[in-house]
Design a protein around this ligand. Structure first.
Ligand SMILES: N[C@@H](CCC[C@H](N)C(=O)O)C(=O)O
Length: 277
């Protein structure tokens, strides 16, 4: 299987051009390629496919083989791949995902895409649609007990489920211990991605993420969008913020007039390769 390793601020995936390649068993392939000792090493697998309704289609799998409906860092890399490898010559493109068609604007420098702005669509706040089990219609700054401690959660779907909680110190958090407790909490029947965020000022938030199906990653694009939305809803920030993640920064803007979230960030190619499956 020919592949390209790419990352969006350190959130790395193995990308396969399914305009040319066929991946018979994507779940099994995701587990195999993601292994950082016995595989290629990544947070998962992303297939770039032809689409009948958009310029291309993204199909994403976490490191444990489970499928994610949306991937913010992944979709920027899909756009870069499609332009840099000649699938499209357009600088405004559409990509079909399991959570709908997304629209992207590409920044090209010296013939290659360096950054991408994505219209990530509208955040979903209804608990049942996230899904999050709650007596309330939405979960905004609600107390929830996880691992014997009370945390205050704000839940948002950006096409995939997120629980955002605010902490004083993101650096010294024992995320390997607490992350799985959130992921498998009975409140989240489909599991959840969890963002541990700290507000620096009204335009800046830092966060670490525990991703459903992949564990701690250096960044999560949908997670950054969910954190920005949660921070506005809780009155902590303005509508436009820089989200600082372990792997770098993302600019997030929640345009509340049109109710769309815009994410801008880099996309990077690491290397091309070939693996015998
Ligand atoms: N890293 C991604 C999100 C990947 C999917 C997620 N783990 C899920 O299962 O929903 C991003 O950049 O958004």
């Amino acid at each position: 299987m020919k592949f390209t390793k790419m990352h969006g601020i350190g959130n790395d995936y193995v990308y396969v051009n399914c305009f040319k390649e066929t991946v018979e068993d994507p779940e099994k392939t995701a587990i195999l390629v993601s292994d950082r000792h016995f595989g290629i090493g990544s947070d998962g697998l992303i297939l770039i496919k032809p689409s009948s309704v958009a310029d291309g289609k993204m199909e994403m799998y976490n490191a444990d083989g489970s499928q994610g409906a949306m991937c913010g860092n992944g979709i920027r890399c899909v756009a870069k791949y499609m332009y840099d490898y000649g699938i499209t010559d357009k600088t405004s493109i559409s990509v079909e995902t399991k959570s709908g068609i997304k629209y992207l604007d590409l920044t090209v420098e010296n013939g290659k895409v360096s950054a991408v702005r994505v219209n990530m669509g509208s955040p979903v706040l209804q608990a049942a649609a996230i899904p999050a089990v709650s007596e309330k219609e939405t979960v905004i700054d609600e107390p929830v007990t996880v691992n014997g401690r009370e945390w205050r959660l704000t839940c948002v779907s950006m096409g995939n489920p997120h629980a955002v909680t605010y902490v004083e110190d993101v650096k010294h958090l024992d995320i390997e211990k607490i992350g799985p407790e959130f992921e498998h909490h009975p409140m989240f029947p489909d599991r959840v991605n969890t963002e541990f965020a700290h507000v620096i000022d009204r335009h800046t938030v830092e966060m670490r993420v525990w991703e459903r199906g992949s564990g701690e990653t250096l960044a999560c694009g949908t997670g950054a969008c969910a954190t920005a939305v949660a921070s506005v809803l809780n009155g902590y920030t303005e509508d436009e913020v820089t989200v600082k993640l372990l792997g770098g920064d993302l600019k997030i803007f929640w345009d509340r007039k049109e109710n769309n979230v815009y994410m801008t960030g880099s996309a990077t190619t690491v290397f091309d390769g070939e693996i015998a499956l």
